[in-house]
Design a protein around this ligand. Structure first.
Ligand SMILES: Nc1nc2c(c(=O)[nH]1)N[C@H]1C(S)=C(S)[C@@H](COP(=O)(O)O)O[C@H]1N2
Ligand SMILES: [Mo]
Length: 496
């Protein structure tokens, strides 16, 4: 029989604890950007099943609102890094997952190689009545007996099994079911969990289950006798030196706390550096996901959402207002940069280029979703006209909205977004002129907005003024590839 507390269990247990705390705190940060949970992908305002915010905007609100108004600023004590840093929270979350999954794979693989799995995986249904009996014993303030020849009592074994073989995989699967690239490529996969909002709600509930498990688990360790349990957890030997074990154990916990204080402080103090450092690990992964899947979304008209949230206030300029009042007759789209034939298109000229329709699901980085029908011109048709040079690697889109005037919070400059040129060639990459069979409404980007159906919403720039083909985005804005990347430290790749 394998050892009860081998070194690899001691080590993976500690790593798992450290990584889970990071996942928990960064997950809370992500939640703070849209602290509402839904079961339906329409996300009708006011119809969430959980709202962790006092702000509640209604669909019939008289004052126009933008989804970013729903974001909450949560304390760095619970959120990593806290204070409205969705981009950095996501970076921490996605960086940590890779190590967490790796730790899990090593743990499970070793478990099967060494035979340790017998202590964790129940092989007989009797585990259920036995566990109930064990719980009954606890309720009489007594400790149940261990399973003969094994390190754990039945309820303990069963709960470890559930956490490792049910909750953890489900958490990974629901996590993947929130990626716009995954959802676009495999719409049926999303449906398994009742859509993105179902996956999001389950992901949250499983996090709560992990937290509840941790509380009970720690409580159990305490009632079983701390120094001895510490010896098992830290030294892998319940009969080991208890003072030493307690010392090392507490030092380990303190190290986790200090680590969190440091990374939280660093993330808040050096946001750009954090964005870049973590981006090195996360971006290639996110880019690969974006690149691999082209969108296969084909929703039906019946599925379009009655309410479609808005993100970003319309351009506040007089010029824009006048142009809108004139039915955008004066509008021209400039397309230039590294192209053989720079061009300018009026709206009628754009319409003549052809029309493509698609009914797709929008995924805002904050977490909300909505389905609409879009019609417009495939970006690839525009590219055929202007003929980008081979050295053009990115496409930059410029908006008409000066965010300093509309969103403020210390941010400034006109909205812009960039995408790698391969995304522009994807079949559902569209310059949309229409939404749900009518010309684009002002708040959704009139007269022209981008649709990229494998990406998060912040790439799908509205109120487009011009398009530029470039080799590199370093010289544009602050060089991070877009207004949200520059000003809010979002990742430039937007497939997750
Ligand atoms: N010009 C401009 N485009 C923009 C934004 C913006 O603030 N300005 N917000 C982006 C974000 S974060 C999202 S989620 C979508 C929202 O699109 P919608 O308002 O049509 O729902 O627009 C994107 N395009
Ligand atoms: Mo968004």
């Amino acid at each position: 029989m394998p050892e009860f507390f081998p070194a690899w269990v001691v080590i993976t247990h500690f790593l798992n604890l450290a990584l889970m705390v990071m996942l928990f705190r960064s997950g809370i940060e992500v939640l703070s950007a849209f602290p509402k949970l839904y079961w339906h992908d329409d996300c009708p305002p006011g119809r969430q099943w959980l709202r962790l915010s006092k702000k509640n905007f209604g669909a019939d609100s008289r004052k126009p609102w933008s989804s970013l108004d729903e974001e909450e600023s949560w304390s760095p004590v619970i959120a990593l890094p806290g204070r409205k840093n969705l981009g950095l929270g996501r970076h921490w979350h996605f960086m940590t997952i890779e190590f967490w999954i790796l730790t899990g794979v090593v743990y499970v693989a070793t478990m099967f190689v060494t035979g340790y799995w017998q202590y964790i995986v129940p092989t007989h249904w009797s585990i259920i009545p036995d566990s109930l009996k064990a719980v009954g014993t606890y309720l009489q303030f007594e400790l149940p007996a261990k399973i003969p020849g094994e390190p754990f009592e039945p309820a303990q074994k069963l709960s470890y099994f559930v956490v490792i073989f049910i909750l953890a995989p489900l958490q990974i699967l629901t996590g993947a079911a929130m990626s716009p690239s995954v959802l676009a490529r495999f719409p049926r996969y999303g449906k398994l969990f009742g859509g993105k909002q179902g996956a999001r709600s389950l992901h949250f509930l499983i996090m709560c289950a992990f937290a509840a498990f941790t509380v009970v688990h720690v409580f159990m360790v305490i009632i079983h006798g701390l120094p001895q349990e510490f010896a098992a957890i830290v030294l892998g030997n319940p009969h080991g030196d208890r003072r030493l074990a307690t010392g090392i154990g507490l030092a380990g916990l303190l190290a986790i706390v200090i680590f969190h204080v440091v990374i939280t402080w660093f993330s808040l103090r050096y946001r750009r550096r954090t964005q870049r450092l973590l981006g090195r690990i996360v971006n290639p992964f996110e880019r690969a996901i974006s690149r691999a899947g082209t969108s296969r979304q084909r929703y039906s008209r019946k599925e379009t959402s009655p309410y479609f949230r808005v993100n970003g206030y319309p351009p506040p300029s007089k010029d824009y207002e006048q142009m809108a009042a004139n039915g955008f007759r004066g509008y021209h789209l400039a397309v230039g940069g590294l192209v053989a034939e720079p061009m300018s298109f009026s709206l009628p000229e754009l319409r003549e280029l052809g029309e493509q329709r698609q009914i797709t699901k929008h995924n805002c980085i904050q977490g909300w979703t909505a389905i609409a029908e879009w019609a417009g011109i495939p970006l690839s048709d525009i590219m055929q006209k202007v003929k980008p040079h081979p050295e053009a690697k990115h496409v930059v889109f410029y908006g008409m909205d000066d965010k300093g005037l509309t969103e403020g919070e210390g941010r400034y400059g006109f909205y812009y977004a960039s995408i790698p040129i391969y995304l522009a060639r994807h079949p559902q990459s569209l310059l949309a002129l229409e939404m749900n069979g009518a010309p684009l409404p002002i708040e959704h980007g009139a007269p022209l907005r981008l649709r990229l159906e494998t990406q998060l919403g912040f790439k799908m720039i509205k109120w487009i003024q011009g398009i530029e083909f470039v080799t590199d985005v370093k010289d544009i804005g602050m060089g991070m590839g877009g207004w949200r990347e520059d000003q809010q430290f979002y990742a430039n790749a937007a497939g997750i």
